[in-house]
Design a protein around this ligand. Structure first.
Ligand code: ADP
Ligand code: MG
Length: 710
């Protein structure tokens, strides 16, 4: 960029807005709203209008609804053990109960009797129709409630306690936005060329922003939203197109020209034949490695599909060309296991493999670091310990990242920085629906292992209540007596959750001493154990000396003991769907029939609530299918793309208006347009694209530093 972008009127600081004092603009600045444009993009989180409001007499179970009325009564009770706050809303057609468990005692101060409020949430049926922990918006005395009768659509804004104190509750936002929209929206220049707008029947940006805040009609609201979604996805895709183009024209990386003897020797030595799918992805990887452009490839394959051996062969190809290779895994247990596997296959081919993890002794670590720096170590396997500052490679040519979704974008970049334009292979077991991989990995090539090794039997999965525990353990006992190995997993959401750890340890002690298990080899594994102890426990289980492994989620990813055939998951309701699938993937890795038993009580007696519909759906999905792709789709549907994929992890902006799944059609259009644009005008130098370029530079400033644009 040679000339700075013209200062647009909407770039004016917020305090220039009519009627907005220094106190309020300071508070707004704290939430990131600095300019008028920032405020204009502070979009309503929801709208209220006659057509979206459900009357009390029409509520149904499981309906996501907005109900508007007056609070007719409220009370704080501590019925049972858990205090709760309840209020009753009346709207002239009936009543609805709202219940709050968390911080029950603060709610009486927030609401008052007679107040007009809109509640949003899912209707459950529990002794009458109820909303548990609904979202809410307080409505003005009579004003807004009356407005609704005239058919106006009322925008509702996100606020906070602090903002409300300075008058910026939803209504306060509405007032300042009225001014901002009237005075400034017409001055928003439109980055999209007219031709593009016409192709997709998009209204102008000025119109879209105005109608997003104060829609004239349902229809205009739809069109405003469509335009804003298009923009969001279009610029994201332009950014990705740039990044991809930048990679393609990047200075040369490494050409790995030979596939040497040893690669073939390794393939010969494997105790199994590679599947056709593994061969296919290896051919794709090979083609990338041969050419000078650095490889950026995502290897996708369901749990147990055999990604590790692909990584091994890939690393060997790098080593045979005189380079070092590094493999980073998210847990010590997994790194350790990869280390053992790699050593087994690579060491007698004359390749030195070392393990680098956090807890190694200083002297040991120094030797390892010297081996890496001086090139004696050909393959380095480790945890994030590999990316620490003092780790320097002599000649790193290939980087492999296992379970890549467990790492942040910076960690992955840090590993790449250890080499000079190394080839990069990232691996994941979470199959990503096409729409997502397109958006999030628009610049990565994707290889898929879409076939399981021969002889695998589907895992039989069952969901049983806690009352069946005795029966389940009888089954485990019988199988283990016959030589099987079993995992029993307890939830430990955070390694720091003391109570969870205590529960897991206690259950372990209980099992170990129980009549049934005391004659069987059983061990406990959790993240707090010392590295050496973890290692010893895993090694004993792997060797079959221990037959029952009571564990926390430390075994969630990667652990590979083909003889283990039973997975019991306690409190299965506390795990996410992808997590359950990963855990289940610890069994069914050999040719023997495997079982996964999920223990979860349909009625959670503790607080009188049933399992939520969502939790049931998770458990039922696990029982219904072994297909990781299907599971991932349901998970995405249940959690939404933000949660599911933590977009921030990928170094991409959080989407504000668009939904990658629901707006797939817009996404595809935006992508086609964006990639075509960058193909025709790679630097966006043409006059008609100046506005796009400017907008992109503004929005993606920080991220574009990685991409040499301009
Ligand atoms: P994941 O893709 O989940 O990382 P792994 O690489 O751990 O899976 O492989 C799972 C198991 O399958 C391992 O025990 C591995 O040795 C075995 N395996 C890999 N490829 C094959 C194959 N082609 N035939 C038979 N077994 C295989
Ligand atoms: Mg793996």
């Amino acid at each position: 960029m040679n000339t700075p972008p013209p200062q647009e009127a909407t770039q004016a600081p917020l305090r220039r807005l009519r009627g907005l004092g220094p106190q309020r603009s300071a508070e707004l600045e704290k939430i990131g709203l600095k300019t008028v444009a920032d405020l204009l993009y502070y979009l309503p989180r929801r709208y209220l209008d006659r057509t979206t409001i459900v009357k009390c007499r029409d509520v149904r179970e499981n309906l996501e609804a907005t109900v508007v009325g007056k609070i007719s009564s409220m009370r704080l009770t501590s019925f049972g053990r858990r205090p709760r706050f309840e209020l009753v809303l009346a709207d002239g057609t009936g009543f609805l109960r709202c219940v709050f468990f968390n911080k029950a005692s603060v709610w009486p101060k927030i609401f008052s009797k007679g107040e007009n409020v809109a509640f949003h949430g899912k209707i459950t049926f529990y002794d009458g129709y109820t909303m548990v922990h609904p979202d809410f918006d307080k409505l003005g005395e009579e004003g807004e409630a009356r407005f609704l009768h005239t058919g106006t659509i009322i925008p509702l804004y996100r606020s906070s306690e602090v903002l409300s104190k300075v008058g910026l509750d939803s209504r306060g936002f509405r007032r300042i936005l009225r001014v901002a929209v009237d005075d400034f929206a017409p001055k928003l220049s439109d980055p999209l060329p007219e031709g593009l707008r016409q192709r997709y029947h998009l209204i102008t940006l000025a119109e879209a922003v105005a109608h997003a805040h104060f829609p004239e009609s349902e229809d205009m609201l739809k069109r405003a939203t469509a335009r804003l979604k298009f923009d969001e996805l279009f610029f994201l895709e332009v950014f990705l197109a740039f990044r991809k183009a930048a990679q393609e024209t990047e200075e040369k990386g490494i050409e790995f020209t030979n596939v040497g003897e040893r690669t073939w020797q390794l393939v010969e030595k494997l105790p199994f034949k590679l599947t056709e799918a593994q061969r296919k992805v290896l051919r794709e990887i090979r083609a990338d490695m041969k050419v000078p452009q650095p490889m950026h490839r995502l290897l996708q394959g369901d749990v147990g599909s055999g990604k590790t051996v692909v990584a091994l062969i890939t690393m060997l190809m790098a080593v045979e060309n005189g380079y070092q290779a590094a493999l980073m895994a998210p847990t010590e247990i997994l790194a350790e296991q990869h280390f053992i596997t790699s050593r087994k296959f690579l060491e007698d081919l004359g390749i030195k493999v070392i393990l680098l993890i956090g807890k190694q002794k200083k002297s040991e670590r120094e030797t390892l670091l010297a081996d890496i720096a001086e090139g004696r170590a050909n393959v380095v396997i480790g945890t994030h310990a590999i990316i620490e500052g003092n780790v320097a490679f002599q000649k790193l040519g290939l980087v492999v990242i296992d379970e890549q979704h467990r790492f942040g974008v910076m960690q992955r970049a840090a590993l790449r920085e250890k080499g000079w334009r190394p080839d990069v292979l990232v691996m994941t077991a979470t199959p990503i629906p096409r729409t997502l991989s397109m958006t999030l990995y628009g610049d990565l090539e994707v290889s898929v292992i879409d076939e399981m090794p021969a002889g695998r039997q589907p895992i039989v999965t069952a969901w049983r209540p806690g009352s069946a525990r005795q029966q389940i353990y009888n089954f485990v006992h019988k199988e283990v007596r016959n030589g099987a190995q079993a995992y029993i997993v307890f939830p430990l959401v955070e390694e720091t959750e003391k109570s969870d750890l205590a529960a897991a340890t206690e259950s372990y002690e209980h099992l170990r001493r129980s009549l049934m298990f005391r004659d069987l080899p059983i061990a406990l594994l959790h993240g707090r154990l010392k590295s050496a102890d973890k290692e010893a426990v895993m090694a004993a289980f792997k060797a079959g000396e221990t037959q029952i492994l009571v564990a926390t989620t430390v075994i969630e990813v990667g652990v590979d003991v083909p003889n283990a055939t039973i997975m019991v998951i306690e409190h299965a309701e506390r795990f996410g769907l992808t997590q359950l699938h990963q855990l289940r993937g610890r069994v069914g890795r050999g040719t023997k029939k495997s079982f996964c038993i999920l223990i979860a009580d349909p009625a959670q007696k503790e607080n009188g609530e049933d399992l939520s519909a969502e939790t049931r759906r998770r458990l039922e999905t696990m029982v219904a299918t072994n297909d990781g792709f299907r599971i991932s789709e349901v998970d995405l549907e249940l959690r939404g793309p933000g949660e599911f994929f933590g977009t921030r992890q990928h170094g991409l902006p959080e989407l504000q208006v668009a939904d990658i799944v629901k707006d797939a059609k817009i996404l595809f259009a935006a992508r086609d347009e964006a990639f075509a644009l960058v193909r025709q005008d790679p630097q966006l130098k043409k006059a008609e694209n100046a506005a796009i370029r400017e907008h992109l530079l503004k929005q993606y400033k920080d991220r574009l530093e990685f991409v040499h644009i301009g």
